[in-house]
Structures are given as C-alpha cells and as structure tokens.
Write a protein that binds this ligand. Sequence first.
Ligand code: 0GY
Length: 296
Amino acid sequence: MSIDANGRIRSWTESPSSPHFVPPPGAIDAHCHVFGPAAQFPFSAKAKYSPQDAGPDMLFALRERLGFDRNVIVQASCHGTDNAATLDAIARSNGKARGVAVVDPAIGEAELQALHDGGIRGIRFNFLKRLVDDAPKDKFLDVAGRLPSGWHVVVYFEADILEELRPFLDAIPVPLVIDHMGRPDVSQGPDGADMRALRRLLDSRDDIWFKATCPDRLDPAGPPWDDFATAVLPLIADYPDRALWGTDWPHPNMQDAIPDDGALVDMIPRIAPTAELQRKLLIDNPERLYWPEIID
Ligand code: 0GY
C-alpha cells in the first residue's frame, strides 16, 4: 500500500501494462473517476477514504495508453455532492468526456441545467454503507422525477440488497444503469442466485443497463479473473444492447489489490468475443446514454 506524508492512499498502479486487446476507434471508458487535485478541489468532510490526487491529466494519459477515445467520469463519493472536480475534468477533455454527478436531492432546476451544460448526463445513487452515511429513497425518487430530458440514474448497490431495493428501482421514472452489475458473487457462476436476480431486474424493463466492470472487485480469486469471465460472458451475450464497460480507474479503495489497467482491458474480448459485441459494449451502448446526439 502506498500512503503519502498526509496519510493519503494510492489505489492505482503507476505502470499499467499495455493491453493486447485493441479497442475499436471511438471506444468509451464508461466508468472512471477523478480525485482532486485536492489543493483545487478538496475532498468532502464526509469522505470515507482519503486518496492521493488522480486528476484529469493522469486520466487522459491512461485513456491514450489503453487505446480509448472517451471517458464517462462518475463523481466519486470522496467528493460528496460537490461536482467541481468532475466538471473541471470534463471541461478539460476537449469534448472527450461526459459525466455522472452526485447531487443533494434538494437540488433545483437551474443547478441541474448547469450540470447538463457542463456535460453531466445522469446522477448516481450510492447504497454502499461503507461509502455513504445515508441513502434516502424518497428524496432520491423526488429528484429522479425532476431530471433534465435524456438523463438517467446510476445505482450502486451490493447483491444482498437487490430484492429489498426492487420497489425503489421499479419506481425510478428514467433509464437505470447498474454499477458493477450490482456486485454479484461471480463464483456462483452464470446461473447463480445473484446473476438470476440481476436478469430478473433486466427483464422487468427494457431501459436498464449494467456495467460489466470490476473483475478486481468481484472476483476474489484474483487475476486472470476466470470466474468473472465465466459469469459475465453469457450475460453480455443475452443482453448485448444493455452492457457498458469501464476501467473504474483510479480504483477507489482497492489499495490492497491494485488492478493492472492493461489486464482489465484484456478482459474485454473474454466477455465480448466478437467485433460486433465489442462495438456495442464500447461505443454504441455508451453513446446512447452519454452522446445521444451522435446517434439521433
Ligand atoms: C467505484 C466503487 C467504489 C467507490 C466509489 O464513489 C466511490 O467512492 O464508487 C467502491 O469503493 O466500491 O465504482 O468506484
């Protein structure tokens, strides 16, 4: 683990391998974050972890190294509901980034519009107790009903609360994106209880998407993350138009098992083995949510 003099932790590798897989031109890393820089964008007083700076220059250098073209930057919990660091990164991207914000549910229309103008296209509801103090479902539903046109809701939860969350998820009136597939236990295999519950959710509506992300978080066996590949391959085969992919860089809270970003990219052809599936996963699907004007 790398900790600096201020007790701030690094959760990413400074020397990722170059992947063997070459993403198609225009590919989108649809789940990544920025941390700070803290001198400019201080972390929230409620942050549950204290990371070293991982700002836009580092993110865009990684994007080039991995062969990607665009990023979707998801506001990380360490920045609370102040989206300034995410907006700054988007503004510096020359149109190559859009974002997902975390907002105070009491946010007003003008502020939502300002986020839209800054490149935000969705908001995230985080239900992980180790990351946030509370997750008020009634307030979340209220703001979900007031979002700018074309926005969606990203939800982060763990598999053991999916059934309990179902009435809430069912009531969300805009498209839904499920972070890290709702953290299924991939060692159960593709037909395990967690994957079956996720499939029931996907089958309940045609506007629910999932991120086929984070083998490093979901597969305790570690690289080469075979259980993850085995569990996720049939999911993408059955729902090819609903899957998104991302690095999750700079891998919040993964300081004890920092993944190699090149190896994460090399997971793509194992879960999306054809050029058509790869195009949907890395371009068509994320464009529909984040750059719909290119399609329409
Ligand atoms: C992720 C996962 C995590 C952290 C956050 O906002 C965050 O801090 O999402 C986690 O610790 O599982 O998607 O980055």
